[in-house]
Design a protein around this ligand. Structure first.
Ligand code: HEC
Length: 148
């Protein structure tokens, strides 16, 4: 019994301590609505539902995004996701970069994006086969044929 008490005592103390370790997400870049990516409505809806939490300024922060150690995962995802590709400032990317992104987007929806651990909690972010097909078709339509 005593060991168990110690165990939980240390566990709680440990959890309390790690709350001081925070990952800071830099403020989202200022963007006007006109700089957001354009896409046909069904594609846009899917992107908003499945990608925007990490790849836009419109992150829906869940309550546990403030509780370590889950917060580390959530915040580093948003920080790195936005850094990599931010749909809210899409029109600032030059043509070459956009083409590269379109290609990566088409590839990523097969299995890489959204990340598996995110899907595990956000079941609604799962893309249907039809949505994946639509996203791929739309993304590749922006890539010159010899580069696909
Ligand atoms: C939970 C956060 C999260 C969500 C949701 C998410 N991403 Fe990502 N994404 C990341 C992170 C973090 C990276 C940075 C590189 C990495 O980890 O591979 C990334 C990288 C990328 C890249 C570039 C790198 C590569 O390897 O292709 C593309 C393209 C991408 N994401 C597309 C998407 C699309 C499309 C969706 C929605 C269907 C999506 N992501 C949803 C977090 C996310």
């Amino acid at each position: 019994m005593k060991t168990l008490k110690y165990f939980f005592g240390w566990l709680i103390a440990g959890l309390a301590l790690i709350q001081f370790v925070r990952i800071d997400v830099p403020p989202a870049p200022k963007a006007s609505p006109g700089e957001e990516i354009d896409a046909p409505a069904p594609v846009k809806t899917a992107l908003k539902r499945s990608c925007y939490d990490c790849h836009s300024n419109h992150t829906r922060w869940p309550w546990y995004s403030d509780i370590a150690p889950i917060s580390w995962e959530v915040r580093s995802h948003v920080r790195d996701g936005r850094n990599w590709l931010n749909f809210s400032i899409w029109k600032r990317y030059d043509e070459k970069k956009k083409v590269k992104f379109y290609k990566q987007i088409a590839d990523s929806v097969d299995w890489k994006m959204p990340p598996a651990d995110y899907l595990w909690i956000h079941k609604d972010a799962r893309l249907s086969p039809e949505e994946k097909r639509r996203i791929k078709e739309w993304a590749l339509s922006h890539v010159p044929e010899d580069e696909r």
